[in-house]
Design a protein around this ligand. Structure first.
Ligand SMILES: NC(=O)c1ccc[n+]([C@@H]2O[C@H](COP(=O)([O-])OP(=O)(O)OC[C@H]3O[C@@H](n4cnc5c(N)ncnc54)[C@H](O)[C@@H]3O)[C@@H](O)[C@H]2O)c1
Length: 397
């Protein structure tokens, strides 16, 4: 398959969807890899490093999208990229469609088959392609929150860890999954008093064991949240209901319970945000204030540390990208059931039920959408790569 990796164009996004190691693996599997010139620069990877492993450098996104059968990206396609997608093309990237009906409609209109990193599951129903970015976002959430609590940045002016004789700050983490656990881990390391809220008692049990009593765990209810808000200096929102829009865990009127200058970090902003007053921000302008409370709502937090994120992300995505390139989407989801929920849009239809519900569109079964037509190997949203695979691959099966 011809695999294309464009330069990310979302503001302040410096990650790239493949590393030289990934190019090498793809090439060894018989695929051709096109990388847009300069795509790796933000992650300190030169064009020459990609070329040395067999990639072909393509001057611009237009040429790359036109040639590639599968496009691998990091962030959701921007409007100009949606326009370049075409029927039969495969897109593999973060999509976060639940809060974005417009993008969902755009992808349906493109006819491309769109596989979202964030809804691919492993055998235990966890999210293996979200986890590495969640680990990073969780760690950044506490770092950023600690920074924003400084007075010159609009915060209350409290040091997370306190000093001898002066109490530490209270950090409240709502959602104790991968983001929440990593946020709590750093907050504990910075010697704050940490409280992790979750609705899953099993998860709270796991956290108790992992942190060996170094933070408090709280079963999350509206009352429990309201009782903690007046004490919290930093609140990190990290809830997730797979594929769905994030639920609101703090409403606007509840901000009045908080101390002026307290900081909210909404990591779940990429799923629509879990605070009612959140709206997406960028690394260039990360915060805004509502009712005296500082909001940090950067939708691509790991983009700030691209050298770490690019490698962490591609370590996780590469096996799935190779499976898609080797087998085509229909066969890859048959062989690897965890990839199936990754398919969010195919042949003009939404194929993930939670996404469909969130955007108010009907949901179609993936297999139904991908059914080959009588017109030949390629139809809208379906790429039958067996017809294009080099003979040695066809024979190996
Ligand atoms: N902004 C960014 O750059 C960025 C980066 C990575 C991940 N994220 C987002 O962070 C969020 C969390 O991701 P994750 O990997 O930690 O997910 P996860 O599934 O590992 O954890 C989510 C946790 O939230 C809990 N939860 C669900 N509803 C809840 C509620 N109403 N109250 C309390 N807890 C609740 C679940 O039980 C679970 O433990 C997701 O929306 C993800 O997309 C954002």
């Amino acid at each position: 398959m011809r695999v294309g990796v464009p330069t990310e164009i979302k503001p302040a996004e410096y990650r790239v969807a493949i590393t030289p190691a990934g190019v090498r693996e793809m090439v060894e599997h018989g695929h051709e890899v096109l990388v847009e010139a300069g795509a790796g620069e933000g992650s300190a990877i030169s064009d020459a490093a990609f070329e040395a492993q067999g990639a072909r450098i393509v001057p611009g996104a237009e040429a790359l999208f036109a040639e590639a059968e599968m496009v691998i990206k990091v962030k959701e396609p921007q409007p100009v990229e949606v326009e370049m997608l075409r029927p039969g093309q495969l897109l593999f990237t973060y999509l976060h469609l639940a809060p974005d009906p417009e993008l969902t409609r755009g992808l349906c209109g493109s006819g491309a088959t769109c596989v979202a990193y964030e809804t691919v599951e492993d055998a235990r129903g966890r999210l293996p392609l979200l986890a590495p970015m969640s680990e990073i976002a969780g760690k950044i959430a506490t770092q950023a929150g600690a920074f924003m609590l400084e007075k010159p940045l609009g915060g209350r002016g409290i040091l997370l860890g306190g000093v001898p004789g002066v109490a530490a700050a209270n950090v409240m983490v709502i959602g104790g999954g991968v983001v929440g656990m990593n946020a709590a881990f750093i907050a504990i390391g910075m010697e704050a008093d940490v409280f992790v809220f979750d609705k899953s008692i099993d998860r709270l049990r796991e956290l108790e064991v992992a942190f060996a009593g170094r933070c408090s765990t709280v079963y999350s209810t509206t009352l429990a949240v309201e009782e903690m808000l007046p004490r919290a200096d930093l609140v990190i929102g990290a809830v997730l209901v797979h594929g769905a829009r994030a639920p609101f865990v703090i409403r606007r009127e509840q901000l009045a319970l908080m101390k002026p200058g307290a900081v909210l970090v909404d990591v779940a902003i990429d799923q629509g945000g879990c605070f009612e007053t959140s709206r997406p921000t960028t690394h260039r302008d990360p915060t805004f204030e509502v009712d005296g409370i500082i909001h940090y709502c950067v939708a691509n937090m790991p983009g700030a540390v691209p050298i770490t994120s690019t490698h962490a992300l591609t370590n996780a995505t590469l096996p799935y990208a190779i499976a898609l390139a080797d087998e085509g989407v229909a066969e890859a989801i048959r062989r690897n059931p965890g990839l199936r929920p990754g398919v969010n849009v195919a042949a003009g239809a939404v194929t993930h039920p939670a996404v469909a519900e969130a955007v108010g569109m009907p949901s179609v079964k993936v297999e139904q959408a991908l059914k080959p037509s009588a017109d030949g190997p390629i139809r809208q949203g379906h790429l039958d790569v067996s017809a294009r695979r080099p003979p040695e691959h066809a024979e190996a099966e």
